[in-house]
Every structure is written in C-alpha cells, then in structure tokens.
Design a protein around this ligand. Structure first.
Ligand code: PLP
Length: 396
C-alpha cells in the first residue's frame, strides 16, 4: 500500500494530537530508518532521544525476546528478577539509594511531585507543598507535569492547573531564591532544558541551588528524562556538572525504545513514601526492566559513553564551523550528543529540506534544531548528516 494511503487510514482513526510529517516509518538498523516506500533516512532524532543504542540492537532485541517468552508481566504484588537487577545497576552507578519504576517521563515527574509533597509535609508540616520549577522548562503532559512545565502554550485550555507550583527564571539564581518560602518543598529543573531549546544550566546556577536546597532542607529534583542515560557522555547529566540532586526523573533512553520511566531518590527523600503511597500496574515490569538492563550495561561496558563524548565533541565542532559559515545560525548549544543550533530563519523549513534529502531532525523551542542521534552514532554518519544540513542551509 502507498504511504499516502496509510496516512489517510491513520487520520480517520487516530486522534489528531500530533503535527506529523507525512512519513510512515517501518524498519531501522543502527542510525538509519526506512519508510514504507523504501526511502532511507539517517536518523538524528532517534525517537526523540529514545533509541539510545540505535535501531535493531541485537543484544536488546534478543534479551527482550527471551524475557518475553519467559514472562512479560507479573504485577507488583510480587518481585521479579529483571526489576531487581535493573534497580541494582541504577543504584550502584549513582548517588541514589532507591528506585521507583514507571512507564514514561511524565509519570516519573508525577512520582517526583508526589514524593516532594510527602517529603515536605513529613519534614516541615502541612503547609509545605510548593514546588519551584523553571520557565521554558518541559516536564511532560499529565496535569501535574504540564503544570510543572513553565510554558503557557502547553497549558492553554487545561485550567485549573495543579495548585502549588511557581516558576523561576532558568540560570537566574536570585529569581529562584526569591520564590523560596516555608511553603517550598522542592525545586525541579532540567540540567539541560530540552524541549525549551537545548539550554544547558550554568554550573554556578546549579551549585547555588544545590547549596540553598541543602541549607533549607528542600528537595532538589532533576528532570533527566532527556539529558540523562548517556546523552552528556556521563550516565547521568548531574555527573557532567558534579552537582547531584536528591531525586531524579528518567525515561526516554532508559529502555532503548521500550517504554520505561524511573524515579530515583536518596534514602532520606525516598523514606517519604510508605507502602501504598504510590504504584503503577506496569511499573517495573520484567520486559521493560530487561530492556533497561541491556541499555545500562551497554552504556557502562561497551565504550558508548566515551563514544558520546568523542562524537559529541566532533558534532559540536562541525556545528560551530557551520555557524561561522552561515549567518542564519545564531547560536550552537548543548552537551555531548544533545546539541542544538538556533536559527534566524524558521527551523521548520530547514528540517523539511533535510528530510527530503534523507536526514531526520527535530526542532526544540523557537527556531532551534536539535541533534539527538543514537548514542552509538559514528563520525561518518555525523559527516553525512552535516553535509545534508549544509546543503539545506545553502538554500535558506
Ligand atoms: C520527553 C520529556 C518528558 C516527558 O516524557 P514522556 O515520556 O513523553 O511522558 C519529561 N521531561 C523531559 C525533560 C522530557 O524531555
């Protein structure tokens, strides 16, 4: 069947919530993906920072297949082995003591919001429930997460929002400090703002916030849904800054394409949850945790983090070079394989031109093009991507 016919069928039955490109993708290998017409694309979207090991990773698919044959789901009335093992790897390689598994980024954030409120009330009293988040942030689409998201455009038509969330300016410590009161239970932020336009936090900003949170016994929560799991060349983005939070939200790359999210917390913060306080039917499911296990082991043992550092540096240098050459690029920002270029022309036009030439890219914020290829991407693929990008810039 033709691609257009599939899209017509989809439009009839699938709710109209996405601005999709008129492409039906059907298979992929490594950094490449094909549509139903057989056209091949180099993919620098990677399922939006999800396909950490690229498409069709043999170890990941084989481990999932074996686990699915054995047992796909068993509920949290019981323990399961992949759930324990995935949690062990996360804990052994971080500053945290406990994990809660869920299914997505928004759910991980929702878990953080609930834990923060429980903690505030336990540590300081009933009045302590307010959470400070940042303008231009993005935390997901549930009512709690969308309230935490400091961008009105995502909140239109959804009021009343969750109570008790206030917004500071990113990288502006004084604006955050001004919001702190005896009501504050947590500060939530992305170490690198993703959807907001690939904006890394300044180290001094994070350091001051860390100090303030410690002094006032306020939980510091990092949303590493996009910037965690190897993106920065470290397993976690907080390691790139050497400024750890008390609580962290993970998802996207964690399952390498299989849906899984997680919240981790230090013992002190995690103690605010008691049995019955939070749950998820699918959370910590053996199939999803098998995927996480394979991804984490690959990142920790196969030199992938080193690859992210090297290829991230190479990509960055080439983007900086393009910036010198093309006036339409006004800024290059990011860490590791989470890079963005800000443009003075509509990013959408350049992205469209790149797609036509066989390169998938995605925007972020206003007029930013984001580069989030698989963490396994190689130099030849970066060369090819930037060749296509340059051809498209020439036409702009
Ligand atoms: C994508 C994203 C989310 C939401 O994740 P979902 O899995 O779509 O719910 C939350 N926070 C950040 C930083 C994200 O990039």
């Amino acid at each position: 069947m033709l691609q257009g016919q599939w899209i017509e069928r989809g439009q009839k039955v699938v709710m109209n919530t996405y601005n999709r490109f008129p492409i039906v993708l059907s298979e992929g290998k490594g950094s490449f993906v094909k549509d139903v017409n057989g056209k091949e694309y180099l993919d620098f979207v990677g399922g939006i920072a999800v396909n950490a090991l690229g498409y069709g990773d043999e170890d990941l698919t084989e481990a999932l297949y074996q686990q699915m044959k054995k047992m796909m789901h068993c509920s949290n009335l019981y323990w399961n082995i992949p759930g324990i093992e995935a949690a062990e790897i996360l804990i052994e390689n971080s500053v945290f003591d406990k994990v809660f598994f869920c299914n997505s980024g928004a759910e991980a954030i929702e878990s953080c919001i609930k834990l923060a409120r429980k903690y505030g009330k336990m540590a300081h009293g009933e009045h302590c429930y307010e959470i400070i988040t940042m303008k231009q942030s993005f935390h997901g689409r549930t009512m709690g997460a969308i309230t935490a998201t400091g961008q009105e455009k995502y909140q239109i038509g959804l009021h009343p929002l969750l109570e008790g969330i206030v917004y500071g300016n990113y990288n502006d410590f004084e604006s955050v400090k001004e919001l702190v009161s005896e009501k504050t239970c947590a500060i939530l932020l992305e170490p690198v703002q993703g959807e907001g336009g690939i904006l890394p936090a300044e180290k001094e900003f994070l350091a001051k916030i860390r100090e303030l949170c410690t002094e006032k016994d306020i939980l510091l929560i990092y949303d590493e849904v996009q910037c965690g799991i190897g993106r920065t060349g470290n397993l976690f983005a907080y390691q790139a800054y050497e400024i750890p939070p008390d609580v962290i939200a993970l998802a996207k790359g964690l399952g390498g394409g299989f849906p899984i999210g997680a919240m981790m917390a230090t013992e002190k913060a995690a103690a605010a949850f008691k049995p019955g306080d939070h749950a998820s039917t699918f959370g910590g499911n053996p199939a999803a945790c098998t995927a996480a296990k394979v991804v984490l082991n690959a990142l920790l043992s196969k030199g992938i983090l080193k690859n992210v550092k090297e290829q991230g540096k190479y990509l960055r240098e080439k983007l900086e070079f393009l910036k010198e050459k093309y006036e339409v690029i006004s800024d290059v920002r990011g860490i590791g394989l989470l890079q963005g270029i800000e443009l003075s022309v509509p990013a959408g036009d350049i992205i469209k031109a790149c797609i036509e030439k066989g390169l998938l890219l995605v925007g972020a914020g206003t007029n930013v093009i984001r580069f989030v290829p698989p963490l396994t991407v190689n130099q030849a693929e970066i060369d090819k991507a930037l060749y296509i990008l340059e051809e498209s810039l020439k036409e702009a």
